[in-house]
Write a protein that binds this ligand. Sequence first.
Ligand code: AMP
Length: 407
Amino acid sequence: MVDLLSTGQEPEKTTFKELGLHENTLKTLENIGYEKPSPIQAGFIPIAVTGSDCTGQARTGTGKTAAFILPTLERIDLDEKAPTQAIVLAPTRELSEQVAVEAKRLAGGHTCRVAVLVGGRPINKQMDALRKGVQIAVGTPGRVIDLLNRRALDLSQVKVAILDEADRMLDIGFRPDIEKILRRCPTERQTLLLSATMPTQVERLAKKYMRDPQRVDLSEGDIVVDTVDQYYATVDNDRKFGMLVKILAKERPQQALVFMRTKRGVERLYQRLVKKLPGIAMMNGDMHQSKRDRVMREFREGKVRMLIATDVVGRGIDVSGISHIINYDIPEYHDDYVHRVGRTGRLSSAEKGVAITFVMRDQGEQLTNIEKRINRMLPEYKVDDFKAYQPRAPRPTVEDKPKASFA
Ligand code: AMP
């Protein structure tokens, strides 16, 4: 594997024209206002347009969707009568939806059809769409398998298979489904893999299903650092709510995404906030898909100003207005931190995002793990006139300790 781009290195190619894209695509890019390629695009596109397999380490918000969609559009027949030639697998419904929106946008004037194949939505409609013919299928592995089993989806003509947020998909346990799907695609296909992190299980998957993949590595920490001001805030559990209110008053976020560990926590915080503030919404895995879709739409439109979510649903969210990420509960796994913080500091926004992680005093080790992961120390976020934690009671002296006794 060759490292094409290392962190912090300026990409060699700086215009879309130099990346090997067709004239029509260049016009579309101009129309939608993408002036120059992002680093992941500059590194990934020139390899992927040649048909080589390629892995890219990049999170949402770096322009990774266009990095794999643009070369795919170059390599497939975009006629609406053509068979399904590209399949994108993504971990969540929301991300699948976003990828499809971007694919349609980037396809510009072409008649090509994109289908979103995700659970929680009527399968019949998806089968109808497939019957009419789609050139690019985007979906979550579970539903894609379901459609393959019903013989509604045919992957025998696939030229490009894409695994988006591969690390997430493996975390969720999609590995067997992904493998089954890849085995249904022709062996001479091109495989592209995008992942915010590259743990061994992702490397293993790449090794098994990709042919001598080239690697574009834009290590996470530094990208996040460039676009997001990150802090931690020491806070006792029972003062987190007060801290949040203080932060909102101080920061006045354009849009905020609040991450919590549990569905119940999300529900409780939502109930407390909804009485105080307008534009609050929550999202967790228990909610019906139609409701999740509505919340996402309202968040995207800016009607929802603050969304409270668990990692499972929050990780796929890409809304350009998100200015603040609040980790109300410190993420359980340090890679989750990278995913959560990646929801802000968007490419299209000139302003930096802000991420604040609540850390309880017995969670110092978790904070250290995050700092190691992103390779930098987080400064402390302080608010005036607010006691975020009780000073610890002094350690008991030997005399104070109750004497051991046998009854
Ligand atoms: P992604 O990482 O694919 O989720 O993209 C993040 C955001 O950046 C999306 O809103 C894209 O529309 C936008 N974007 C992608 N590429 C570019 C580019 N080259 N210039 C400006 N915006 C872009």
